[in-house]
Write a protein that binds this ligand. Sequence first.
Ligand code: PGA
Length: 252
Amino acid sequence: MKNRKPLLAGNWKMYKTCAEAVDTAKKLAELVTKVQDRDIMIAPPFTALFAVSEVLKNTNISIGSQNIFWEKEGAYTGEVSGQMLVSCGCKYVIIGHSERRQYFHETDETVNKRIKSALLYGLIPVFCVGETEKERESNETFSVLDKQVQNGLKDFTLNDLKTLVIAYEPVWAIGTGKTATSAQAQEVHAFIRSLIEKKFDADLASKMRILYGGSVKPENISELMSMPDVDGGLVGGASLKPETFSKIVTYN
Ligand code: PGA
């Protein structure tokens, strides 16, 4: 038995207008109303955060954003701060997604600053790590993850990280339909947990939720969740339709 509450998170990426997001959120809330033993989060685009959070008030679904900027406020055209996210009803924030790293030049250093800022505002960071196909093929998976975890969590204390969630998302599995096998996911999740234990301590490591992301669907969630170190899923494509995502949330 795992002592960690599963977290099923939907990352809507750059999909859905405000009205579509509200409609999807309403339908999802109806479908998962009975779920109590797991946490549910959706991350709509910034433009729909407030409207979706209004609709999900008093439901069992929390809201996350897909990014955060580290300054409190200022002349930073196009950026969104932690206090703004909190004011829109956010509880979680996805940080360091591979699409941010790949297309928007995010580095381990900026990821580290974003995590710091999230914690400052009481947001739960969902810190994403993962290797590319090329790195996996050249046997660099563990060294890449080690570097991402060490640098991303640089200068934090044990106490800072009590709420932190890590998402292992192999880049080759994102949006490709190529899910990691449950054994591949388990191997990496156990490795990440051991890194946390070494860097911080065993208690924090044993309590930290590590999600798997990369082509999660209703057909593979149960198998992934049966692994001892897989504590939930970060779901992209399959979170966009309420019927499909609700099947993932209610896996057994
Ligand atoms: P996917 O995306 O489920 O569409 O593969 C996962 C993610 O990017 O979080």
